[in-house]
Design a protein around this ligand. Structure first.
Ligand SMILES: Cc1ncc(COP(=O)(O)O)c(C=O)c1O
Length: 377
């Protein structure tokens, strides 16, 4: 098979004049740790999406860790459990472990690729302290049911919104539908820093605790050796924030271009819906155009083969994560067995996703359509 150069990548970072100017200013000050750019990035992020508090971190993973570690201030103890979907990017579950809790996995739904809200209650035990839904590939979770369960069992809700910048559910912006949310600014996302993350919340007490956790548990604002709670150095630096600020300035443009790409590709590939499940946007939601997922309807249509084929044609693919507890060795120690998460396992074997980012043009979308058609026909 002839392998072509990479044509469709997952996402891209292009550093423009706004970021360059801010980078220069930070360098001229000889101060590139957390500083003015970080403060402004937090303020602009909060304003853009309507959050009361936005707290910058060094990555989406550390945003998840900071949010989770705040649970100790609300009665959680080491070894308690946090409910997460079986299929998600590994960072969700790793953050639960890193914060000192145990991930309790729940299967996903085929139609949404999100946690199955009707299976959450059966996973709750005396040790459960939080639910961490993930708005996977930008599609909001069924938050009404999740909030109802959280209220009934007195659980916190931490939204992993790393892939869902600007998505809404019933006119509410993701991240603060629950108690707090986490975002990532890695290259594939709509706002990009290189590496970076953000915790958002509308709750003053949570914000205060998260600010403390991200700097080794010091009281907020202190730089002294006075440690009040568990924490780590999870801070963002000022160079990274300079790049993120530019992303916010262009957010609406990026969102609309990606959304346009998503809808164009859905339309171009509609004849392939006999072979694949595609993402759907319901009336009550605004999906964040993070990427283009597909799941094969017929297992005989080998997805590993499709993945290889697309890769050989220069379309960079990623799987749909798979079932973390039963398809990834890293979580074997938790004792789940294959078959416990049939949908996550099916999607793990039969699904993939690729980029639809703002730098792809109509020719690129037609190229993707033709390549997919070439495979199925
Ligand atoms: C769902 C989800 N959670 C967490 C993360 C972690 O973010 P990061 O790679 O910035 O650490 C990602 C990464 O993109 C993600 O997709």
């Amino acid at each position: 098979m002839v392998v072509m150069a990479l044509r469709i990548n997952f996402g891209d970072l292009r550093i423009g004049e706004i970021a360059k100017e801010r980078l220069k200013r930070a360098i001229a000050k000889h101060w590139v740790s957390e500083g003015d750019n970080v403060k402004e990035f937090e303020q602009k992020f909060a304003k853009q999406f309507g959050y009361k508090h936005a707290i910058a971190t060094s990555s989406g993973t550390t945003a998840c860790i900071a949010a989770l570690a705040s649970l100790y201030d609300f009665g959680a103890e080491r070894g308690d459990e946090v409910i997460v979907p079986a299929a998600t990017f590994v960072a969700t579950a790793n953050a639960v472990l890193a914060a000192g809790f145990t991930p309790k996995f729940v299967d996903i739904e085929l139609e949404t690729l999100n946690i199955n809200p009707n299976k959450i209650e059966e996973a709750i035990t005396d040790k459960t302290k939080a639910i961490m839904p993930v708005h996977l590939i930008g599609k909001p979770c069924e938050m009404d049911i999740i909030l109802r369960i959280a209220k009934k069992y007195d659980l916190k809700v931490i939204e992993d919104a790393c892939e869902a910048h600007g998505a809404t559910y019933k006119n509410k912006i993701v991240g603060t539908i629950g108690d707090m949310g986490a975002f990532s600014f890695y290259c594939a996302h709509l706002i990009v820093c290189g590496e970076g993350g953000m915790v958002v919340t509308n709750d003053d007490k949570i914000a205060n605790v998260v600010r403390s956790v991200k700097t080794h548990g010091r009281p907020t604002g202190s730089i002294y050796f006075d440690f009040h709670r568990f924490g780590l150095n999870l801070r963002m630096n000022d160079l990274t924030a300079a790049i993120g600020i530019e992303g916010i300035e262009h957010f609406d443009e990026i969102f609309n271009k990606r959304k346009d790409n998503l809808y164009k590709l859905l339309s171009l590939t509609k004849d392939l819906s006999k072979y694949c499940y595609f993402i759907k946007e319901e009336k009550h939601e605004k999906v964040c155009p993070h990427a283009f997922p597909l799941v094969l309807k017929d297992k005989k249509n080998d997805c590993a083969k499709l993945y290889k084929y697309l890769d050989s044609k220069g379309i960079q693919c990623k799987t749909l994560f798979g079932s973390l507890p039963t398809q990834h060795k890293a979580f074997e120690f938790l004792g789940y067995k294959y078959g416990d998460f049939p949908i996550a396992e099916y999607v793990g074997k039969n699904g993939l996703h690729f980029g639809i980012h703002q730098y792809l043009n109509d020719d690129d979308l037609i190229y993707i359509k033709n390549t997919l058609e070439g495979y199925f026909k």
